[in-house]
Ligand binder design. Structure first.
Ligand SMILES: O=C(O)CCC(=O)C(=O)O
Ligand SMILES: [Fe+2]
Length: 334
């Protein structure tokens, strides 16, 4: 169970979208409280439902391996396609050192027990990119249509949340808007297959290893299996229990850099808690989740906001290009 002091606020977003100016202000300060303490919050009444996307995601993961492996996620800059079981080992390494030995050691360690499909933007609403999504529309009819629609709905919601963040930081409401128009976001479908308790309770074995997210915010849709945890400043793991109908939203590296650590990019992971549902043979049941990683445009420089540093609080980060940041992080991850 989560501890009572868990600073993961449950926020009714309809109050921001349609409330009185007082309700709106309360909502903004709750969002800022979540992002500046645990780096996580729950959002309800956002108007966005992941139900259809989950249905199509399940159909995708049920396809034969040979079909999914036709379009592997191998080009870091593209970050599109399928990653099979054990391909990814997420981590936070000190990327300034680019320590090849630690990356190699990490790759040899126990891999994450999951498979995923990464989907990027499509030309049309967004500027064309040199890379394409490969939708399995023959095997799963309308897959591309469903995912494109969901991607765009997530983009819209993410814009609203960033407006609230800007307001909460005392900036112009549209401050982040100029940075997030290229559709450099990533929609990631995740499947953690059923696994025996012997495997998942071995020391060091996790469904997804500890990491921070690289972008501005992540919209995380999880089923009711549980297992998501965040690391508290005291170094303890705290459950982010699923709440029916609530979207988990966490702040990522870009907001942390922009705000000089005022907003947190918190480490999180996925394990199988003892309370996780089990199958008839006593294994942990499969878990499905969908993450929408919102990113600033890859070629727009992100530089710490002027009001977030002064003599007492020196600037901690050099300006970064989001595109370079993500490629460095992905290189250390796969
Ligand atoms: O599956 C989840 O609940 C979390 C996934 C996650 O943190 C990620 O893919 O970055
Ligand atoms: Fe994550």
């Amino acid at each position: 169970m989560s501890k009572p002091d868990a600073k993961i606020p449950l926020i009714d977003f309809s109050k921001y979208l349609h409330g009185t100016s007082e309700e709106k202000a309360t909502c903004v300060s709750e969002i800022i409280k979540g992002f500046t303490t645990s780096g996580f919050l729950y959002l309800t009444n956002s108007g966005l439902s992941p139900a259809t996307a989950f249905e199509w995601s399940k159909q995708y993961f049920a396809l034969p391996k040979s079909v999914k492996e036709k379009h592997p996620n191998v080009i870091k800059e593209a970050n599109r396609g399928y990653s099979g079981m054990g391909i990814e080992k997420v981590t936070n390494l000190d990327l300034d050192t680019k320590d090849e030995a630690s990356i190699a050691k990490l790759r040899a360690a126990v891999p994450d027990l999951k498979e995923s499909l990464e989907i990027g933007s499509d030309a049309g609403r967004y500027p064309a990119k040199p890379w394409q999504n490969h939708y399995p529309d023959t095997e799963v009819p309308e897959f591309g249509k469903v995912m494109r629609k969901f991607y765009e709905s997530c983009d819209e919601l993410h814009h609203e949340v960033l407006c609230a963040v800007a307001e909460g930081l005392g900036l112009d409401k549209n401050f982040f808007k100029q940075y997030v128009n290229a559709g450099d976001h990533v929609l990631r479908l995740l499947h953690y297959p059923a696994a025996s308790k012997e495997v998942l309770t071995q020391p060091g074995t996790v469904r997804a290893g500890s990491h921070t997210d690289y972008g501005t915010i992540t919209l995380l849709f999880q089923d009711m299996s549980g297992g998501l945890q965040i690391r508290t400043p005291e170094g303890e793991w705290q459950d982010v229990e699923p709440i029916e109908g609530a979207i988990v939203i966490n702040s990522g590296d870009m907001l942390q850099i922009w705000t000089n650590d005022v907003i947190k990019s918190t480490n999180h992971r996925v394990v199988s808690p003892p309370s996780a549902p089990t199958t008839d043979d006593g294994s942990f049941s499969a878990r499905y989740s969908i993450a929408y990683f919102a990113h600033p445009d890859h070629d727009r420089l992100v530089n710490t906001i002027e009001t977030c540093f002064d003599e007492q609080r020196p600037k901690k980060y050099s300006p970064v290009y989001p595109g370079e940041w993500i490629v460095n992080r992905l290189t250390a991850t796969y």
